[in-house]
Design a protein around this ligand. Structure first.
Ligand SMILES: Cc1cc2nc3c(=O)[nH]c(=O)nc-3n(C[C@H](O)[C@H](O)[C@H](O)COP(=O)(O)OP(=O)(O)OC[C@H]3O[C@@H](n4cnc5c(N)ncnc54)[C@H](O)[C@@H]3O)c2cc1C
Length: 597
């Protein structure tokens, strides 16, 4: 079975050498991020992931969740409740939460590393605290003080958990179709009735209460997305003194059988006159939910990286051990009956693709996480605004590219294993099954691409784009004259120029025909992602080069340079094909009549 090792050395490199934490020094809590505290938290999270959560990953996959038809209860596989208690008791549920409600106030940028490690070790488990954190964020940013006092301390301690309820049988992407009703019930309360499907962590036996955030319509709400409100609907009603009352008309009707993440309960939830309270104002529910969805999309991208990394680690170990054939240039290990498959160029190609993706994605996620901390908590409004442009641009890119690549990399890891990857014994096929959902939930990747092209490119009078291109161009200008760095700066400049040119072309075409935006979107997002990855790889290469020149001869920096070279020469050139596809425009896609598709 795979033995996941938390990538502590890489995280330390990123926090201590790659990120400019000083840029966010006025964000509350940043003063806690000293190198020793960062290292201590990373080490502890690594231990939790390796020793507590990883051993449950296969157990969770084989046992799955159990739905009890008599009362709608859901029980989780053995060991999950104990692991959940350990998680909460050791302060992980409160790590990044606001100290006013019992949190530790550690900035989110460090929480992202913890999130990556627990998702790599056990993505199904990670769903329960992950959704609670998302629900916590919505109540924190949009709830009344009374709601915050009632719900947040218990969600932060892990005593209660949270969910998000958007999807209904007839509506997924198009939330304007939501039918769940919210009838006024006096005293600011509403009676919620309707069916929500595929609700992650909708029912389970981990926490005392489950706080559902439910999108619903009040009786006179306008049609479409402008008529959706957001409600807090607890599984058990909460008395004035905070104690629990009876079941609140909330029942899990069934759980789904599905391809992966088998111990993350995917529930059909029935609300029958369940009493809920409104968050904020009526009809603004979707915009409140988006608060949670931005952070959630970043974390979904990180799930892709996490499972890609776990699969890559398994493949690397296998490639060093499996003996097959000889190196093309003659035996490399003549004392063995055959060479390990790590000598074969095609196996190395697969492993390096995985490595270059994982390390680049990790760097880009943390860079964006730092901007998210600035956007949400910096005292200076201008700085918050500026950071929001980067976050707006990169969120759909990270969600879609990281999850597409997470799946691709898990699949490559299976390929490295040969037949041993397809049968269950090595555990690598579980990563392929588990990671696949990340391309679908939190908004499908096609919808992320539309968000990027249709909304983010045009929003804020070009400020979003400027926030991306300005640091890229400044970086290129700073290092342009350095010949030793030419292998990184030249391809970065080439792809950045190409992206800029293509952006102008897409703008011009889509202003005449909106189908052009839709047709370009997925390839454009990939081109954007490759440019962003080239930027972070070039930045990491510069640091590694400087360290090597300064006499730090560790293999770590040399491996960074080698991986950066692989990315620039073997992955980045895909941008040429993407540009050609985007330029081909909408007609090859739209001309075929519907009945021939
Ligand atoms: C395991 C699992 C867990 C989930 N957890 C939750 C949860 O906790 N809470 C929750 O509310 N939901 C949850 N979901 C639902 C999930 O968010 C939706 O499945 C997702 O948003 C897509 O909606 P859909 O499945 O209805 O697909 P559809 O919206 O029917 O889309 C089908 C296809 O059409 C494409 N498409 C749709 N509209 C457009 C458009 N306008 N332009 C271009 N392409 C389009 C999509 O990209 C997709 O390829 C979960 C789903 C699963 C499977």
């Amino acid at each position: 079975m795979p033995q996941y090792k938390a990538p502590i050395e890489d995280f330390l490199f990123l926090y201590n050498e790659f990120l400019d934490l000083d840029e966010a020094k006025d964000v509350p809590g940043m003063e806690m991020l000293t190198p020793d505290i960062i290292e201590a938290i990373l080490n502890e999270a690594g231990k939790l992931s390796e020793e507590v959560l990883q051993p449950l990953n296969v157990i969770g996959d084989t046992q799955g969740c159990k739905h009890h038809g008599d009362d709608g209860r859901v029980t989780l596989p053995e060991g999950f409740k104990a692991a959940f208690d350990t998680y909460n008791d050791n302060g992980w549920s409160s790590l990044v939460a606001d100290p006013s409600y019992g949190g530790q106030g550690i900035p989110g940028v460090l929480g992202l590393a913890v999130s990556e490690m627990i998702n790599a070790a056990n993505a199904s488990f990670a769903a329960y605290p992950g959704l609670t954190l998302g629900a916590y964020e919505v109540i924190l940013h949009h709830g009344s003080e009374d709601q915050k006092q009632t719900y947040l301390p218990k969600m932060i301690s892990g005593q209660w958990s949270g969910t998000m309820n958007l999807t209904e049988p007839h509506c997924g992407t198009d939330l304007g179709l939501i039918r769940t009703k919210a009838e006024p019930h006096g005293n600011g309360r509403y009676a919620i009735s309707g069916t929500k499907i595929w609700i992650s962590a909708g029912e389970h036996d981990l926490s005392e209460n489950i706080i559902h955030l439910v999108l619903a319509r009040t009786p006179d709400a306008p049609a479409g997305t402008r008529g959706i409100s957001l409600f807090i609907v607890p599984k058990y009603s909460v008395n004035e003194d905070g104690s629990l009352g009876p079941n609140n008309g909330v029942r899990c009707q069934s759980i789904e059988k599905k391809m992966g993440i088998k111990s993350s309960a995917t529930c059909e939830m029935q609300y029958t006159n369940a009493i809920g309270v409104l968050i904020g104002e009526e009809n603004k529910g979707l915009s409140y939910m988006f608060t949670m969805m931005n952070a959630a999309r970043l974390v979904t991208g990180i799930q892709g990286t996490a499972m890609g990394d776990a699969a890559y680690q398994a493949a690397k170990t296998f490639a060093h051990e499996r003996l097959q054939g000889r190196a093309l240039t003659g035996p490399r290990y003549p004392d063995k009956p055959a060479d390990p498959i790590i000598v074969h160029p095609d196996v190395r190609r697969m492993l390096l693709t995985a490595r270059a993706f994982t390390e680049g994605a990790r760097a880009l996620a943390l860079m964006t996480g730092l901007q998210l901390d600035i956007e949400l908590r910096h005292p200076d409004a201008d700085k918050r605004q500026q950071a929001s442009y980067w976050v707006a641009m990169l969120t759909p890119v990270i969600k879609a590219y990281f999850t597409d690549m997470g799946f691709e990399v898990a699949n490559l890891a299976m390929q490295v294993h040969g037949g041993a990857g397809y049968v269950t014994d090595t555990g690598v096929e579980q990563f392929v099954r588990d990671v696949r959902i990340t391309q679908i939930y939190e908004g499908t990747n096609g919808v992320q691409a539309l968000d990027l092209v249709g909304r983010k490119l045009t929003a804020n009078q070009g400020e979003n784009l400027k926030a991306f291109f300005t640091p890229v161009h400044t970086f290129i200008a700073t290092h342009a004259g350095n010949e030793a760095l030419g292998a990184f700066i030249t391809p970065l400049k080439e792809v950045a120029d190409s992206l800029q040119g293509i952006t102008a072309e897409v703008f011009a075409k889509m202003s005449k025909d909106p189908m052009e935006a839709g047709a370009a979107s997925t390839d454009y997002l990939r081109l954007f992602a490759l440019t962003a990855m080239a930027f972070v790889w070039a930045k990491m290469a510069v640091i590694a080069q400087q360290k090597i020149e300064a006499g730090h001869a560790s293999g770590f920096y040399q491996a960074k340079l080698d991986t950066a070279r692989f990315f620039m020469t073997r992955m980045l050139p895909d941008h040429l094909a993407l540009a050609a596809k985007i330029r081909a425009g909408a007609s090859p896609i739209m001309n075929t009549q519907d009945e021939y598709l």
